[in-house]
Design a protein around this ligand. Structure first.
Ligand code: DGY
Length: 328
């Protein structure tokens, strides 16, 4: 560590035990509000900080990095890192870290929950009961089986593979699209398709790619038009991967049967977002990794990453390995 204790900015709420771990080695400044700090607060904190621990919603762009002369590590509490300008960080020798692996099961569980909820019309049926209605005697359209249907997974990384294994246990056939055309051995039997073929063949399409310039609006009007009118779209990855306005239009016009989204182009979702008015869309507030066990494992790993870089060591999960050791 540098002379004296390194200054760390913690931009998210953390429990006392985790805070004590960081305070044992660092001088801590904390954001104590709800959500994420304002831009001004972030820039003021980064002017002094050597390390920052924040959620994947904390925008650390080139301007923020340029105003952080002492910064050595950005430790993201999450697997996504689209909130950080990685090229600018690398150029400045700032290590960016994330928390892959520990959240794959939780996100995959949620994804399967959403597939089953859409297929079996759970939110609609629940509303039905609350309205004092019951079956039989009332007509309500039946759901569909998932067994025997095809799931198209876009992005067969850790989370995509965990989704594939679960879907196969439910009797679904799995096809995938990824940069690598060979499925990893522990994903079970999955067949590669190009994106257009996957979209037109799948009964459910589930997205598991990072948000990058290449994947931004990967699913737009053209891609939605290739899906079956009976198909569902699931997004537990990043909102920007889908053109949300095109999705609203496709669902409204019955060009696909529905969607389930845990992520949005702008979060939190504004009260006047048209997607809020669609009955056959399930909307969740970005809770893919939101279990007690998973969030605790993510925080442990994010702190391991943070402290390792500040000690001058290689962190467990660097995103830009080339920056490790550049700046001391
Ligand atoms: C992640 O891990 O990236 C989650 O989406 C939280 O932002």
């Amino acid at each position: 560590m540098s002379a004296g204790r390194p200054r760390v900015y913690i931009a998210l709420p953390i429990p006392d035990g985790a805070l004590a771990r960081i305070e044992a080695q660092c001088a801590v400044e904390r954001f104590r509000g709800d959500g994420t700090p304002s831009r001004d607060e972030l820039l003021a904190a980064l002017a002094e900080a050597e390390g920052v621990l924040g959620s994947a919603q904390l925008q650390i762009d080139a301007e923020a990095l340029a105003s952080s002369p002492r910064l050595r590590v950005v430790s993201n509490f999450g697997v996504g890192f689209d909130n950080v300008d990685i090229a600018a960080a690398t150029q400045r020798g700032i290590v960016v870290c994330n928390t892959p692996g520990v959240l794959s099961d939780a996100v995959a569980d949620l994804t399967l929950g959403l597939i089953l909820s859409l297929a079996r019309r759970l939110p609609e049926s629940e509303r039905f009961v609350r309205e004092g209605r019951w079956l039989p005697g009332e007509t309500m359209t039946l759901g569909t089986d998932v067994a025997g249907k095809t799931l198209g997974i876009v992005g067969l990384g850790r989370i995509g593979q965990a989704v594939a294994r679960r879907a196969q246990a439910f009797g679904m056939a799995v096809v995938f699209h990824d940069q690598r055309q060979e499925p990893p051995a522990d994903a079970g039997f999955c067949a590669y398709r190009d994106l257009d073929a996957l979209l037109s063949e799948s009964d459910v399409v589930s997205l598991h790619v990072n948000l990058t310039p290449e994947t931004e609006h990967l699913i737009g009007a053209r891609e939605l038009a290739m899906m079956k009118p009976s198909a569902y779209l699931i997004n537990t990855a990043r909102g920007g991967v889908v053109d949300q306005a095109a999705l609203v239009a496709a669902v409204k016009e019955g060009r696909i049967a529905g969607a389930a989204l845990d992520v949005f182009e702008r979060e939190p979702l504004a009260a006047d977002e048209p997607i809020l008015n669609l009955p056959n869309v399930i909307l969740l507030p970005h809770i893919g990794s939101g279990t007690v066990e998973t969030r605790s494992a993510m925080l442990d790993l994010a702190i391991d990453n943070l402290l390792a870089v500040l000690r001058g060591e290689r962190p467990p999960c660097p995103v830009n390995l080339e920056a490790v050791g550049q700046k001391r």
